[in-house]
Structures are given as structure tokens and as C-alpha cells.
Design a protein around this ligand. Structure first.
Ligand code: MG
Length: 339
């Protein structure tokens, strides 16, 4: 196999603010695996919160390039195990390579991944559209710019209830909120009933990622479902969320790819947890990987390409929240660049 990669700094349409800060660009790492002329692509955006910049992905890949290239590729799950042991501390790099392995595998089989997994695409939930934290006026403007059936609204800052109240004046769409670990237990206990009255569907990561005691109490008292994100990173975290959250938000990049994400989905379902996959502002490449898994999910947040001002692939599209699948093999995208 030949490995090539490119890095991008994708500009957002609007500066994107969550309770942890603001960004105007999304750095991302894209890898190409070429095997007998067939090319598979995978992506991992760099997220400063997880402390793996694109430079670290490049450094680690270059340090073991020969091992990545000499692997005799047969199936993506075997490849993931190999990568997981090769790069035990770089789940982002493993994600990009795992995704490329799956894209390659689908292309070799001339099928889209959901077809190989026998999934029914009519079961895919609608994706939400994310509204970052801004002035109320700008948040309303962003919502009006993108009419959508479900909005995920970033909260976790002072005045966040007033934000939701103001947005509610302008739409009857479903709201879900993401506090990104921005509340204390007391704030959550006070805010969640108000949010329920405002028609909010669920709350993502209300408390700090390690506040399991707080979550136990909130889980017992919350009138809205609670979804773990920062508290559920790797496979072993799924079980910890049982009896503390009602569901989990899997991110392909943080868990290290499609292969572990499929196991996390199965584990969560076994425990009776709701399952969501969220994005980390991936381009259409990483977003297409989420789309392949969408029929297995209760909720999906895969609006990356809608938030970005530039994309590096085509193939991901939506009709008012509904994911439109195409006939391209593998992930279902055409990458614009040559590597
Ligand atoms: Mg989140």
C-alpha cells in the first residue's frame, strides 16, 4: 500500500463559538491509501481540546510509514487492530487510516459501506444543524440563513437560557442543546426544566467530563435525556455512562475510527443507551463516514460541510436534514485533490 496525505485549514462560514472558545478555521488531516490503483480516503480534524495537532499526526505517521505501507490489506477490522497497536497514543491518526481502509475496502468490493453492513438507509435519522454561541441577533440570523428541522444549539455560558428563549420565538423546529461541560450540577438542575418547557429534546454533556458523582444525581433528576460526549471518548467509556447518561455521542476521530465506533454502537444498544454520532467539523470525507453509520443511530449531528466555507470532496448532501445517499462506492465521496 502507498500512503499519502495532505493537510488543510478549512475556513468556517462564520466564526464558530462553543463554551470552550472560538475558531475561524478547522485544521484537518486527510490520508490516502492506494492499493493496486484503488484509492481510499480518511480524515481526522485536529481538535485542540484533545491535544493532537495535524503536525503530530504527520510526525507519528512518518515515524512508522514503512509499517503502515507494508501491511497486507485484506479487511479493515484487521487493519484497525494493527494500527491501534502501531499508534496507541494517536487515536486521530488511527481514525484517518481506519476510515481510509474502509473506503478502500468498499471500493474494492464496489459497494457503499452501508450496503456491506446490510443497513437500511431509510432508517437514518435527520441530521441537526449546529448554531454556535453568538449574540442573540446573530444566532437568529444564522438560524434563518439555514432553515432546518432540528437545531443543535451550543450553550454552557451565562445567558444561555435567554438565548434559547429568544431563538424559540422564531421557529418551532426541534432544539437540542450542548453545554460542552459548561455547567455545574446546580446550574444544570435549574436550567434543564426550563429547557424542557422550551421544547428541547436532550442535553449533551451538561457537566465536567469527570463529574460522575454529579452526573449520577442529575441523571436521577433530569426531566430531559442526557447525552455523554466529552465523558465518552473511547470504547471503555461506554459502560461508565450507563446509569449516568441516557445516551452517548460517539465521534469517529476521538474513538479512533469506524471500526471501534461500530463496537461502541453495539455496546451502547446492549446497555439500552441511545446512540448519536457527532462531527468535529469534518469536511465531506469524514462526514460521509458518519452517513454510512447513520441507519444505526438514534440521533446524528453531521453538519460539518454546511458550516464550512470550503470543502475538499463532493458526495455529501442533505434535503432539509435528510441525508441523501449516492451511488459512489466506499464512503460515497469524490475527493477533489490529487495526492
Ligand atoms: Mg458535544
Amino acid at each position: 500500500m502507498n500512503v499519502s496525505y495532505k493537510t488543510y485549514n478549512l475556513p468556517f462560514k462564520h466564526p464558530f463559538t462553543i463554551s470552550k472558545g472560538t475558531k475561524t478555521h478547522q485544521p484537518t488531516f486527510v490520508v490516502e491509501l492506494e492499493y493496486f490503483g484503488v484509492k481510499g480516503y480518511g480524515e481526522a480534524p485536529a481538535i485542540s481540546y484533545y491535544n493532537i495537532p495535524v503536525e503530530k499526526m504527520i510526525e507519528d505517521l512518518e515515524s512508522k510509514r514503512i509499517f503502515v505501507e507494508k501491511f497486507s490489506f485484506s479487511d479493515p477490522e484487521r487493519y484497525w487492530h494493527y494500527l491501534h497497536h502501531l499508534f496507541p497514543k494517536n487515536s486521530f491518526l488511527v481514525c484517518a487510516l481506519d476510515m481510509a481502509g474502509w473506503d478502500l475496502y468498499g471500493k474494492l468490493k464496489k459497494k457503499q459501506l452501508h450496503q456491506l453492513w446490510n443497513l437500511d438507509i431509510t432508517k437514518a435519522p435527520l441530521t441537526d444543524f449546529t448554531i454556535g454561541i453568538d449574540t442573540i441577533e446573530n444566532m437568529v440570523a444564522k438560524m434563518k440563513e439555514q432553515p432546518w428541522p432540528i437545531y443543535k444549539i451550543k450553550v454552557g455560558v451565562d445567558g444561555d437560557i435567554e438565548m434559547i428563549q429568544a431563538l424559540r420565538q422564531h421557529t418551532n423546529a426541534v432544539f437540542r442543546v450542548d453545554a460542552n461541560a459548561g455547567w455545574t450540577l446546580e446550574q444544570a438542575l435549574q436550567k434543564i426544566p426550563v429547557l424542557k418547557a422550551l421544547g428541547v429534546e436532550f442535553v449533551e454533556q451538561p457537566l465536567a467530563k469527570d463529574d460522575w458523582e454529579g452526573m449520577k444525581e442529575l441523571y436521577a433528576k433530569s426531566p430531559l435525556p442526557l447525552i455523554a460526549d466529552e465523558a465518552c471518548v473511547f470504547e471503555e467509556d461506554v459502560e461508565k455512562c450507563f446509569n449516568h447518561f441516557h445516551g452517548i455521542n460517539i465521534k469517529l476521530t476521538k474513538c479512533s475510527g469506524i471500526t471501534p465506533a461500530r463496537r461502541m454502537i453495539a455496546k451502547a444498544k446492549e446497555l439500552g443507551l441511545k446512540v448519536m454520532i457527532g462531527c468535529m467539523n469534518e469536511s465531506s470525507i469524514g462526514t460521509a463516514a458518519i452517513a454510512q453509520l447513520a441507519p444505526l443511530l438514534d440521533y446524528v449531528d453531521m453538519d460539518g460541510p454546511l458550516l464550512l466555507n470550503e470543502d475538499i470532496a463532493t458526495g455529501v448532501s442533505f434535503d432539509n436534514g435528510k441525508i441523501l445517499f449516492n451511488n459512489l462506492a466506499g464512503l460515497g465521496v469524490d475527493v477533489k485533490d490529487t495526492f
